[in-house]
Design a binder for this molecule. Sequence first.
Ligand SMILES: NC(=O)c1ccc[n+]([C@@H]2O[C@H](COP(=O)([O-])OP(=O)(O)OC[C@H]3O[C@@H](n4cnc5c(N)ncnc54)[C@H](O)[C@@H]3O)[C@@H](O)[C@H]2O)c1
Length: 384
Amino acid sequence: MAEKKIRFGVVGVGGMGSGHCSMIPKIPETELAAICDTEPSTLARMAEQTGVPAYHSHIELLESGLVDAVVIATPHYFHPVIAEDAFARKVHVLSEKPLAVTVSQADRMAAAAGKSGCAFGVMYQMRSEAQNQAARSIVESGVLGEIYRTSLVMGWYRSQAYYNSGGWRATWAGEGGGVLINQAPHYLDLFTWLGGLPASLTGETRTRLHDIEVEDEAFGLLEYKNGAHGYLYASTTEAPGYNRIDICGDKGKLTLQDGKLSLFRMDGSIREFTHNSTEMWASPNGEWLPVDLPAQGEIRGHSAITSNFARHILHGEPLIAPGTDGLPAVELINALILAGHTKKRVTLPVNRAEYDALIDELAASSKTKSMVVEQRVTDPNFAR
Ligand SMILES: NC(=O)c1ccc[n+]([C@@H]2O[C@H](COP(=O)([O-])OP(=O)(O)OC[C@H]3O[C@@H](n4cnc5c(N)ncnc54)[C@H](O)[C@@H]3O)[C@@H](O)[C@H]2O)c1
């Protein structure tokens, strides 16, 4: 007997959503059952391409009886609204990143998921990569000792043409932020998955290179509960792109750079060596160790997360990227934008009411973009 497949609806079939429409039929546990987009010509084109029922409203799709689950690939502000409507109708939700623009919206999504008993996932596909899985196991094993420093440097270049490709992009009203809310979430997710959330931070955001109203650069100085410090930089202004995470502990150091994982293990504790060594010019010893990577399955990237999500519903397989794990990245994004705009130290969890008031004020100041040349094409580096 053929194995049951999860019937997926894709809501928002632009750049990323059209990618989901091509991936879902290729995954053994999933089938594409329906699509939805509010933009008529995009919907008509994708209806012809996919041959599945097409809806202008996500409510009609959710109430069609055709879908067990939805992938939400609309601009970010709509993720929570559509997720809550899906959960209310007992439809499982796999949300694109970021979960939401504000932590208060993300809280509501998580609460609605919990109440519904439905599966809730977030599309952080980088978690499925072997080196990132291995990095997480290393941190969880405690081999690094007490963490005293973290850093994230993320340069993910974007042209002005990219920003001109959609009216919602890089506006406070349409997107709710710049590099922090659009490009950085993947690395903010990995960074907080490995290093946790800081207790407080100071930061700056600015628009240096692009003709946009939101930030194309962000910097943060982070302080953790145990007194550890961190540094964070994210921009769409730097080329060549450079992505690096460091997690430094008393007994070892882990570095992830551009998909490569390195692990240095000290022979002992730096703290103990510092106080016990009697030699004036000595340094603690250790070595770079080869890291065993888990086998990388054939299904990778977005498809790995979608397949895992379906297997979670069908067989109870643990989620690689549970929806509630999407909250820390939103928390960090909101904290940095708040710090950048108020010029004050921000403590986490972010004050929900304060951030809602800021984002409302920024959205109210948003200007309609004049140079839009609509293109709904996803980054070819990510179309997997
Ligand atoms: N995981 C990844 O690697 C990745 C990559 C790219 C984009 N994304 C995410 O996917 C989402 C979409 O980004 P994109 O680049 O595809 O944007 P896009 O503008 O190309 O597509 C968005 C589509 O959603 C439609 N839409 C807008 N409001 C809607 C609504 N209420 N109901 C139904 N459809 C609606 C638009 O008409 C458009 O076709 C964003 O949240 C983005 O962060 C994730």
